[in-house]
Design a protein around this ligand. Structure first.
Ligand code: NAD
Length: 544
């Protein structure tokens, strides 16, 4: 019998799937204290949770028989994924169940802002009959900018067209083919697109690049009187700058379902003087009966399949592969993901083609070990692909979905094998975009440490961990000094420094490991002060 524990309220559709299985003993215990949770996980094989159950290192360790954790929803912030992977616990989420709910909520918020519905309702129940005060604007004939043309953004775009809107999209990581299919004009840059839009709606995941993407500068680029809708993630928008734009009339209105911290505390969007122009909802984009039912069904059926060793979808981590790999191969697996993320972070634009070559004796039998992989790629290729995709789709991009996502986006993936010369075993990644091709060679040292040893033909010795700044410069005296002084001035501590030169090129490539995150303002200053050809930041989280 499989012992399955449900720790939060999930829709009955999923519970039914679990309880009707003759091999399952289902227990539902809500609102447990930490002590009770540590006790309750002891003998269970699988758990169903939402965002309120902290599955940290201690809880996962207490679950000695735990094999699968299913999150009835998308975010897995409450689960220690690296620890789950180390323990061979599969973590599953249900990213597709709430797409329509979030799409429709976007329109609920957008129409509420345009027609001032909450304010009109409040006025009416306060005993007033104010028709003039609630003169709104119509969507028909307006221009909508969809930022992030993925699952939700794509659906918002097609529905906006039914409202008679002209739809533009900004998403550097989708093909023009997808935009064409949706009848949407793809814009090459965000500021240029914002100038044109009457309504802007955000549908990107939260990544390093999208954090605060709608900042003061972008808000100043907006068409005067535009409306901003955010039903994606709170930290995409600089809320303070947004409030200033509302007060100065640069934005006519705003609708938010998500906030920089939730529940919101001292959030400037709640200011009294903005109530006429702002509509706020408490992160209820996914809260429809249908979405909750779909999400719990997806979580329950994949959980059962994973327990029974049948094919399943939406694994967020990769323990099924890790477990079949020898310890040295596991090190190359996490290295592949890091190298993918490294290359995608410095690519500058959407990846169009990736080739992963596995070189050395370690990979001789590659292809046989991963015969259970539902995709034709090796585990290392899938891991590199996840690394590439999570830069733009967030860490929730699953290993299972990565090959499909790549295919959907027309992103070509190739893999190869060969012998290695300088190092015993290496992986070589080539990632090509429209403007650049990045080549990275990486290895694992005898002591089991990850190293990037070559970037674009420059031999270096770089530890792929934490926050990195990668740059290229003219190979002449003084450049490195300027980089060091500027970072010192900005109080950014350098932990490690690798520099490589290519004979006769007159150029050098540097990788700095620093102790704190580096934003685009710092990069811009570095580029100009030290006269760098380019500089990009890379953030490498611990392997999932
Ligand atoms: P998705 O992965 O299908 O699509 C995201 C799109 O954003 C992709 O096409 C990607 O290429 C694009 N993107 C990535 N970086 C970008 C950038 N810098 N600029 C422009 N585009 C970029 O995701 P989805 O399922 O459509 O979800 C979109 C967002 O909605 C996520 O943030 C998700 O967390 C959020 N969401 C919110 C609710 C809610 O309750 N309010 C419910 C569901 C989803």
């Amino acid at each position: 019998m499989w012992e399955i524990l449900v720790t939060e309220a999930v829709h009955e559709a999923g519970l039914k799937i679990l309880s009707s299985d003759p091999e399952v003993n289902l227990t539902q215990r809500l609102g447990m204290s930490r002590k009770e949770l540590l006790e309750a996980v002891k003998n269970v094989h699988a758990m169903v949770t939402r965002s309120g159950t902290p599955l940290d290192r201690e809880v996962l360790a207490a679950g000695e028989n735990l094999k699968v954790v299913a999150r009835a929803g998308v975010g897995v912030d409450n689960i220690d994924l690296p620890e789950a992977s180390r323990r061979g616990i599969v973590v599953i989420n249900a990213p597709t169940g709430n797409t329509l709910a979030a799409t429709e909520h976007t329109f609920a918020v957008m129409l509420s802002v345009c027609r001032k519905l909450p304010q009109a309702y409040q006025s009416l129940i306060d005993g007033r009959w104010e028709r003039k005060r609630f003169t709104g604007i119509q969507l028909s004939g307006k221009t909508l900018l969809v930022v992030g043309l993925g699952r939700i953004g794509g659906r918002v775009a097609s529905r906006a067209k039914a409202f008679g809107m002209t739809v533009y999209a900004y998403d550097p990581y989708v093909s023009s083919r997808r935009a064409e299919d949706l009848g949407v004009r793809l814009m090459p840059d965000l500021a240029g697109a914002l100038v044109l839009a009457d309504v802007v709606t955000l549908h990107t995941p939260m990544t390093e690049e999208t954090t605060l993407m709608i900042d003061e500068k972008m808000l100043r680029a907006c068409k005067k009187g535009a409306i901003l809708i955010n039903c994606a993630r709170g930290r995409l928008v600089d809320e303070k700058a947004c409030v200033e734009a509302l007060r100065e009339g640069r934005l006519a209105g705003a609708g938010f379902d998500v906030f920089s911290s939730e529940p919101p505390e001292d959030n400037p969007l709640f200011a009294e003087d903005l109530r006429e122009r702002v509509v706020l909802t408490p992160h209820i984009g996914a809260n429809t009966r249908e979405a909750q039912s779909a999400v719990s069904e997806i979580a329950a059926s994949n959980l059962l399949a994973a327990l029974k060793g049948e094919p399943y979808e939406h694994a967020v981590n990769l323990p099924f592969m890790e477990h079949r790999l020898s310890p040295p191969k596991r090190l190359f697996l996490s290295l592949s993901r890091k190298v993918g993320a490294f290359a995608a972070s410095i690519l500058d634009g959407a990846p169009e083609r990736m080739t992963l070559r596995m070189k050395g004796d370690l990979f001789e039998d590659e292809g046989i070990l991963c015969f259970e992989n539902p995709y034709r790629y090796s585990a290392f290729t899938v891991a590199a692909l996840k690394g590439v995709l999570e830069v733009h789709h967030g860490p929730e991009t699953s290993y299972m979905a990565a090959p499909l996502l790549a295919k959907e986006r027309g992103f070509r993936v190739e893999e190869g094998k060969g012998s290695s010369s300088t190092y015993r075993n290496v992986i070589e990644l080539e990632l090509a975009g429209e403007r650049k091709t990045i080549q990275v060679i990486a290895t694992v040292t005898e002591e089991g440490r990850h190293r990037i040893v070559n970037v674009g033909g420059y031999w270096i010795d770089c530890v792929p961990e934490g926050n990195l700044i990668v740059f290229q410069n003219h190979d002449r005296p003084g450049v490195i000094g300027k980089v060091g002084s500027l970072l010192g001035e900005l109080n950014i501590n350098i932990a490690n420094f690798a520099l490589g030169r290519k004979n006769g090129s007159g150029l050098a490539l540097g990788v700095l490991q620093v102790d704190s995150e580096v934003d685009c303002v710092v990069l811009e200053r570095l580029r100009s002060v030290a006269d760098l050809l380019w500089a990009e930041s890379v953030r490498l989280e611990e392997g999932l």
